[in-house]
Design a protein around this ligand. Sequence first.
Ligand code: RIB
Ligand code: NA
Length: 310
Amino acid sequence: MNRLVVLGSVNADHVLRVPHFPRPGETLTGHSYQVVPGGKGANQAVAAARLGAEVSFIARIGDDAIGQQMKAGFAKDGIDVSAVELDERLPTGIAIIYVSDEGENSIGISAEANGALSPAVVKVHETMIADAHTLLLQLEVPLESVQEAARLARSHGTRVVLNPAPARPLSAELLGLVDLITPNQTEAELLTGIKVTDEASAREAAKRFHEMGITDVMITLGSQGVYCSNGKQQQLIPGFRVKAVDTTAAGDTFNGALLAAELAGADFHDAVRFAHGAAALSVTRFGAQSSIPGKQEVDAFLQDQAAQGH
Ligand code: RIB
Ligand code: NA
């Protein structure tokens, strides 16, 4: 009954650590090259599962070793992988990631098998979507498929959560099917036309989202925290300060953690605080899925922060 369905991408992340991002024409010597499990859909599914949610994942991988390995990893995290399907023609999706010594990243992706997650494939999993409490979507699979999933969810009374990442322009039709949207500043600006820099501009952007028919809005404002609005109440909930090693998948961890907490019955303030804690921990570690903490760790971190007055 309280199941979360995540529909989205699986990527093999090819990560290289660099002293700074290469400039046009520059060849840079990096270090610590690794291939690790990533993809916004997969990261969010793993975060929600590690943090206590019952999760089913709808995705497409290639017929290759890395895809199979990642699928086995999802199952190990307790995710229902019955809808993680194998594409016989395409390889598993990839991301090429530079991570700077400051922990910032720069990412290029190629959809590969993620691009074959078509609306027809989504429709096959209608019952899974109908039976779930919440459907969580991002934008690394075809937009028609995101829209089809949102439409099916809406028609069955399943809550639709959209993390509109990476930033892409979206139709009014798709946005009108969303119950909760969780953009960062760039994504909020692209979708509303309002440059979001602080609480006041976040309030304006949230107002636009409400006008589009979206009930709940959470705009992440980097170090300033998350601006939350349900149209009646607004609140800026600050995050935690940590030393950044690698921010990759911090947003994904936030989204997965938020829904895990909500589905476990937390009120929205506690859910956001829990999500902030999980995201903060993920930032202190290397990689996407490799950096996502478990529930006990997040609880301990939050207790520690509370003891220090945060
Ligand atoms: O959000 C982080 C993810 O974005 C990475 O894991 C990479 O695969 C890209 O999709
Ligand atoms: Na990380």
